[in-house]
Design a protein around this ligand. Structure first.
Ligand code: SAH
Length: 576
């Protein structure tokens, strides 16, 4: 029962609207307000007070005992513009009630508990069929309690709350990812469980002309059930082209709610199967239809060919075989931005929470470790192991995992995306998440240095011969491009930056603005605007591998301490 209390005429109006909207669910408490609130709190599961939060807090404070058992309390303001979840947000259901109240009154729900405010995805947003104790598991998710994740089938999952991870003793709920009907015996699990059904199963089917829908559908369902498999994990039926319009087969696919995949006989004939036979060879030109069509995409044969059984004992008209296909892995190449947490994009955060495997340089992993779900496998390595990191990330994705390969700034800029994608084949999904690259982070600090055509050049000659770098610097100098130097200088590489600046100086005046930004967006960051002439040997010694150097073009000016490159030469007067 929901207790309703109001004090003013406007409050009574809101109260009555709720009572009318929810017949049988509410009880109006009249009389002196404080007394009414106390009685409702003692007698109802939930209370809506059309009263100031302050008043309700003072009245209820002495009565609060345990957030697990106290009623949920929602306050509605005088203008009925807000429904505030005051106490008992989760167990008391006040968060949900605030939303319901808001719906009825056309108000905004105000929910201040962390997990709700952070937009924890509901089970229904995970994009997979699920079953089990949904309410209990959802509550644990919303409460931010630890939830164990048991992936019996490795399958890339959508972004999960960071409370979901490796199973542990304190779990308040369990999420299984499985295509099996019965969980493996796990002792006396008492926490609520849901099972997510990945689309992992393919049923190959064959059928004689005129096979009834019931016979095909029944055979597929029986084959799955007898093997202990869930029909909700069925991703597709598969058969030979010649059966693409056989009504019994297309009808079964429709009833099962899955697509029908068809392959030509020649493709199926070359698939190695345990139970080839002559009949289909004669009829459609391949020694196997059901097994071959199920196995053609690879995977594990869980149910070898079986035939339908007809009530009247007549010959079977349908065959079926079931394969668990390998999960299609996912490789997310994620740029973390220059360092500051608020320059990490929401999409990057999602990908990190989605990953079951994280691959990256140890110092970048440290930057985002708190965003990972517990149980995320972290494969970190030190500087220099780029190729190995790329190979590892791709191999893990091929094994069916959701992998995040991280890099600072943008992962495609002098970073991991290219070595990884050079390794990757088309059997995995690849997504790139752009990040704020150092040139942009530095540009924002310097002013507007990149307002016209610009180029980035890495001065690292570890992978690129110096002649090539020099040729590019010269080309940039001659074509009057703004230049940002990445990897400008390290202990072992100290002559390249002066050399490159020298080349630019052949084409630009000594007063050309130069920006030097170290550790952009990080707490110890520094930004300096100087000139080509001002960047003397001593200034150059302060440049290191945490720095980018941006050199203006012939139109770039220092204005009020900021570096500004005009967008064009025509529409703007030459600044004085
Ligand atoms: N993928 C990175 C670049 C990697 S190359 C990106 O997109 O930013 C490494 C070089 O990037 C460093 O030597 C330095 O020149 C530059 N860099 C990276 N982060 C930086 C930061 N926060 N501030 C200044 N320069 C940075």
């Amino acid at each position: 029962m929901i207790g309703l209390i109001s004090a003013t005429a406007a409050g009574a109006l809101a109260r009555d609207r709720l009572a009318t909207a929810w017949p049988g669910r509410t009880r109006v408490y009249e009389g002196p307000v404080a007394d009414a609130v106390r009685r409702a709190f003692g007698e109802c599961e939930q209370v809506v007070c059309c009263l100031a939060t302050g008043a309700v807090v003072r009245i209820l404070a002495p009565l609060l005992s345990d957030k697990g058992t106290d009623p949920g309390v929602v306050c509605v303001d005088e203008g009925a513009r807000f429904a505030v979840s005051l106490v008992g947000g989760h167990a008391g259901g006040a968060n949900a009630l605030a939303r319901e109240v808001a719906d009825v009154l056309g108000a905004s729900p105000v929910v201040t508990t962390a997990t709700d405010a952070a937009g924890i995805p509901g089970l229904d947003t995970l994009g997979m069929p699920y079953e089990g104790e949904v309410a209990g598991v959802s509550r644990a998710l919303l409460d931010g309690e630890p939830v164990g994740l048991v992936a019996e089938v490795p399958w890339p999952l959508p972004a999960l709350p960071f409370t979901v991870g490796e199973p542990g003793a304190s779990d308040a709920a369990l999420v299984r990812v499985s295509d099996r009907l019965v969980p493996p015996a796990d002792g006396d699990a008492v926490v609520p469980q849901v099972v997510l059904r990945p689309p992992s199963l393919v049923a190959g089917v064959g059928g004689s002309r005129g096979v009834p829908v019931d016979e095909v559908e029944g055979l597929v369902r029986d084959a799955l059930r007898d093997a202990g498999l869930s029909v909700r994990s069925l991703a597709a039926l598969a058969t030979v082209d010649a059966k693409a319009t056989e009504p019994g087969i297309t009808g079964a696919a429709a009833r099962l709610g899955v697509p029908l995949l068809t392959y030509c006989a020649d493709e199926l004939a070359v698939v190695t199967v345990p139970n080839p036979s002559d009949a289909p060879l004669a009829a459609v030109g391949t020694p196997s239809v059901a097994e071959a069509a199920a196995l053609i995409g690879g995977g594990e044969l869980l149910v070898p060919k079986r035939k339908s059984v007809r009530a009247d004992g007549s010959p079977a008209m349908a065959t079926c075989a079931v394969v668990r296909r390998a999960a299609r892995g996912r490789l997310a190449v994620v740029g973390l931005g220059p360092g500051a947490r608020d320059l990490l994009t929401p999409r990057a955060k999602d990908e990190l929470r989605r990953a079951s495997v994280l691959v990256g340089l140890d110092q970048y992993v440290d930057q985002i470790r708190d965003l990972l779900r517990p149980g995320t496998r972290v494969l970190e390595s030190g500087l220099g192991a780029e190729e190995e990191r790329a190979r590892t990330a791709v191999a893990e994705a091929r094994a069916g995992h959701a992998v995040a390969l991280i890099g600072s700034g943008d992962a495609g800029v002098y970073a991991m995306a290219s070595p990884a994608l050079a390794e990757a084949s088309d059997d995995i999904d690849v997504v790139g998440v752009p990040g704020v690259t150092a040139a942009l982070a530095a540009g924002a600090l310097l002013g507007a240095p990149l307002g016209h055509d610009h180029v980035s050049i890495s001065l690292s000659d570890l992978h690129t011969p110096w002649e090539v770098i020099e040729r590019r610097v010269r080309a940039a100098a001659e074509s009057d491009l703004v230049v940002t130097f990445y990897n400008p200088r390290s202990r072992g590489r100290d002559w390249q930056l002066p050399k490159a600046l020298g080349i630019l100086a052949e084409h630009r005046t000594p007063t050309t603005p130069v920006g030097v930004v170290r550790n952009a967006s990080r707490p110890d960051g520094s930004t300096r605007v100087t000139t080509l002439a001002g960047l003397d040997p001593e200034a150059i010694r302060s440049v290191d591998m945490m720095t980018v150097v941006t050199v203006g073009n012939t139109a770039t000016r220092e204005i009020a301490g900021r570096m500004v490159t005009p967008r064009g030469y025509r529409w703007q007067e030459e600044p004085k």
